[in-house]
Design a protein around this ligand. Structure first.
Ligand SMILES: *Cc1c(COP(=O)(O)O)cnc(C)c1O
Length: 248
């Protein structure tokens, strides 16, 4: 990877710096409004559709965590960013096919989108083969319980997709560490209603798994609500990097 592929023009750097300042101010204001210390919330910059050069520039501006949702895009991007000498933590936040597990565990520090016992088993096997430390995992939760969209189902007896069996599978896997939960507010739901429900699910999970303290919730449009309901990680793309082309 040559430097030209990971260098940004000064105008782009200024644009990213301005976006970052706005997002950081929103996070700080939301923490203040919720009476929470600012350092309880980590910004995960969602860089999908944007080039490795933007990731390198964001890392240079102090961004420590980045999120990607497609392995085909993330694997070469992570390699280019590493070649440029930047070392952000990579969060995989998208739907993950089991046959991609072996690729993802090579660069991801956290997989936020585990929603079945089968996927947990595939990641465990893959992580055990190539990593010297367990992979941090968040179980993705379906807030509205719609089985057709992503997410494990709170309170469901389903042995494959129920939240309790998925969390138990992650917690019991040598290659994985159950770090917490991730969710997206369902379409058509008020964010406050969605994240209040998520906070209840997270509290119930922590009763069984006290180490599962991470709560990844909130995006460009609803990060204030998520922080008000206890999010420790917000995943912000468009407010930081600009609008993505549709269909991604
Ligand atoms: C794309 C994406 C985000 C970021 O969304 P924005 O609205 O651009 O901030 C957050 N979480 C997930 C799971 C995503 O796929």
């Amino acid at each position: 990877m040559t430097e030209s592929q990971t260098a940004v023009r000064p105008e782009r750097r200024a644009e990213l710096a301005a976006g970052l300042a706005r997002v950081r101010a929103r996070i700080a204001d939301a923490c203040a409004a919720a009476g929470r210390p600012r350092d309880e919330v980590t910004l995960v910059a969602v860089t999908k559709t944007y080039p490795a050069a933007d990731v390198v520039a964001l890392a240079g501006l102090g961004v420590t965590d980045v999120g990607e949702n497609r392995d085909q895009e993330a694997a070469p991007k992570a390699e280019a960013v590493a070649d440029a000498g930047a070392t952000p933590r990579w969060h995989f936040i998208g739907q993950l096919q089991r046959n991609k597990a072996r690729s993802v565990v090579r660069y991801a520090d956290v997989v936020q989108s585990v929603d079945s016992v089968r996927l947990a088993a595939a990641l465990d096997a893959a992580a055990g083969a190539v990593r010297d430390r367990p992979l941090d995992v968040l179980v993705q939760v379906s807030i509205d319980g719609d089985p057709d969209r992503g997410g494990a189902l709170p309170g469901a007896a389903d042995p494959q997709r129920g939240l309790d069996p998925v969390a138990a599978a992650v917690a019991g896997a040598d290659g994985l560490r159950l770090a917490g939960l991730m969710a997206v507010a369902p379409l058509g739901w008020e964010p406050d209603r969605a994240f209040a429900r998520l906070a209840e699910v997270a509290a119930a999970l922590r009763a069984d798994h006290p180490g599962a303290t991470v709560l990844s919730a909130g995006m460009s449009g609803d990060l204030e609500s998520a922080i008000g309901h206890g999010a420790t990680h917000v995943r912000v793309g468009s407010a930081l990097l600009g609008m993505r082309p549709a269909l991604r």
